[in-house]
Design a binder for this molecule. Structure first.
Ligand SMILES: [Zn+2]
Length: 298
């Protein structure tokens, strides 16, 4: 009885904390939390919560409770340094995501998902995928999710029936790969002032703005890639990082390839995005479904 009571109290505390974190995320997306801010400035005691999380992460300083003081600022700056983020001493979206990752106060569904992935055996892609090619040996099919590997078998089957070859130009990526691809796209769209930034934000959303800022700076490519990869490592950004996406090559046969991809939606939930130069797929599950969209860089 007592044990039950304690566990339900813990559960309540956990839910309260994750609700406050959701609120904080909303606030941070509009305004940074920074030096001088106090609990009373917000609908909930955000600064106190932040300070207790900093303590939990080992940043034990004589904080003024509920006030974003110089010690709070110093701890945040240390965390930014640890994460390889630009040092601001303010609680912005990226620092917060990094802290959440470290504290694993993520929502329970992603934790459940992670556990599931850990427990399930990795599928080996030993089946002969006769009608699927990869553009180079850099395209990583082994780190795809099991669902995506199963999807490749479905795709191969349909391509074979139609007598077509599907060429995969990109599959599972690590943050460095992702940062390099984004930099290349930034450059090729930056022929007119601000074009690269616009492309990054249109495709990845506002939260990718700091990455566009890094790309616009006067630094070497490898410095830009490293800094962007640190941010990507924290916020995720692309389903390629989770092994859920494939990029498909199209040249003069786009309508034929699209037709094959749309047929696979009868066997798997696949979101199809026509990015003009290639088609980006995200495999959601092995139930029928999915969407079709065209990316316009406007
Ligand atoms: Zn893609």
């Amino acid at each position: 009885m007592r044990k039950l009571l304690i566990s339900s109290m813990l559960k309540k505390a956990y839910n309260d904390t994750s609700n406050i974190i959701k609120d904080m995320e909303n606030i941070i997306s509009q305004k940074k939390i920074q030096y001088g801010d106090k609990d009373s400035d917000f609908p909930r005691p955000y600064i106190s919560l932040l300070q207790s999380q900093l303590k939990e992460m080992g940043f034990v300083h004589p904080y003024t409770p509920g006030v974003f003081d110089e010690f709070t600022e110093e701890a945040i700056a240390d965390i930014e340094g640890e994460a390889g983020l630009p040092i601001t001493g303010t609680l912005n979206y990226y620092v917060m995501k990094y802290m959440m990752k470290k504290l694993s106060v993520n929502n329970s569904s992603t934790r459940r998902e992670r556990l599931k992935n850990k427990n399930s055996e990795k599928i080996e892609l030993d089946e002969n995928l006769s009608n699927i090619k990869t553009l180079s040996n850099k395209v990583d099919l082994n780190n795809l999710t099991n669902e995506t590997k199963e999807y490749l078998k479905i795709l191969n089957h349909i391509a074979k029936e139609d007598g077509e070859i599907i060429t995969i130009t990109s599959a599972a990526r690590d943050p460095i790969d992702q940062a390099r691809i984004m930099l290349n796209n930034f450059k090729s769209n930056d022929k007119y002032e601000g074009g690269g930034r616009k492309y990054i934000i249109n495709l990845y959303g506002k939260k990718a703005a700091p990455i566009a800022d890094i790309y616009a700076e006067n630094k070497t490519d490898s410095e830009k890639i490293e800094e962007a990869a640190n941010i990507i490592n924290i916020i995720g950004l692309s389903p390629h990082l989770d092994g859920k996406s494939l990029d498909i090559d199209v040249d003069d046969n786009k309508s034929i390839i699209l037709n094959i991809l749309k047929k696979t939606q009868e066997y798997a939930t696949v979101n199809i995005l026509d990015e003009d130069s290639h088609i980006h797929l995200t495999i959601k599950s092995l139930n029928p479904g999915g969407t079709f969209k065209v990316f316009h860089n406007r």
